[in-house]
Ligand binder design. Structure first.
Ligand SMILES: NC(=O)c1ccc[n+]([C@@H]2O[C@H](COP(=O)([O-])OP(=O)(O)OC[C@H]3O[C@@H](n4cnc5c(N)ncnc54)[C@H](OP(=O)(O)O)[C@@H]3O)[C@@H](O)[C@H]2O)c1
Length: 275
């Protein structure tokens, strides 16, 4: 087992599902674990379980449907933590639900929660992560990917929960490729993955799908990208479970990634690469 004593990890969406298992594994390996979600009671239960197993953890609440809350979460972490060695952008909303919903900021909800919140959080935490090298960023995406229609990113026409989910998941991979280039030679490795197919989680049950994988399988794939020493120098890649593979073709389209990046900077109010 990898030893992570003295290291700090943040896992978004670790009050449930595969994120909770990853948090527990990182805690067992000796990392101080920052648990994130919306529900303080569930968050404190995850903290208690990690502490009962001899680890150290703290819960931080933030609704990622609000960019203001993302900024508040990042501020809290930047003020309280001396380092951040591992960031796992895992929180997400699944495919269930046919009605188009919007975030507090008026953005299509899955684009906002699954992608844009992680984009902003990552950039706000990047100075701390850069100070903590060698460091890792893992973007938990999905094999469910769909090309982004830049004429209607917010899906005002032809909405479906599945389409919204799939474009948000591809956006995470496009961000991963760009960020890895930006961070080349920085000591920060960033990769994206599909953890496992239809794990037994609330997201999958809500979609009415019969689970095919366990959260332990997905957690193993996330842990590989978060801590495996074999990943030194391998950045900007997309994995299906434990194996590197190709994402949707749009991920490798430089112009599409540039367009997504410009839009994301504008929507989050970030200037290029800064807070
Ligand atoms: N399950 C699968 O088979 C599968 C397959 C491919 C990819 N994935 C990806 O794996 C990741 C985890 O999925 P999961 O199946 O473990 O899901 P899950 O059991 O439904 O857990 C989702 C987590 O995200 C948090 N979350 C959701 N909306 C949020 C919001 N607005 N603000 C803050 N936190 C929020 C939830 O927190 P609350 O406790 O506050 O609800 C929860 O901790 C997702 O990114 C998903 O797309 C899953």
């Amino acid at each position: 087992m990898v030893h992570l004593d003295g290291k700090t990890a943040l896992i978004t969406g670790s009050t449930d599902g595969v994120g909770r298992v990853v948090a527990s594994r990182l805690g067992q390996a000796g990392a101080r674990v920052l648990i994130h979600g919306r529900d303080p009671q569930r968050g404190e239960r995850v903290v208690a379980a990690i502490e009962a197993a001899g680890g150290t953890a703290e819960f931080m609440a933030a609704d990622l449907a609000s960019l203001h809350e993302v900024r508040r979460l990042a501020d809290t972490i930047r003020k309280a933590e001396a380092r951040l060695d591992i960031l796992v952008n895992n929180a997400g909303i699944g495919t269930a639900g046919g009605s188009r919903l919007t975030s507090n900021d008026g953005h299509e909800l899955r684009f906002a929660v699954n992608y844009l919140a992680g984009f902003l959080l990552t950039y706000l935490l990047l100075p701390l992560i850069r100070q903590s090298t060698p460091a890792r960023i893992v973007n938990v995406s999905s094999a469910g990917q769909q090309a982004i229609d830049f004429d209607d990113v917010m899906l005002t026409r032809g909405f479906s929960g599945s389409r919204a989910y799939c474009q948000s998941k591809l956006a995470q991979i496009m961000f991963t490729i760009d960020l890895a280039r930006e961070l080349a030679t920085s000591g920060v490795i960033v990769n994206a993955l599909h953890p496992a197919t239809y794990m037994d989680t609330a997201m999958v049950r809500r979609a009415g799908v019969t689970p095919m994988s366990t959260v332990e399988q997905g957690a193993e794939a996330i842990m590989q990208l978060a801590v495996s020493p074999a990943f030194e120098g391998r950045s900007g890649r997309y994995f299906n479970g434990l194996n590197e593979t190709r994402a949707n073709a749009q991920a490798y389209d430089d112009a599409a990634r540039q367009e997504l990046r410009a839009l994301s900077l504008r929507l989050t109010g970030l200037t290029d690469g800064t807070s």
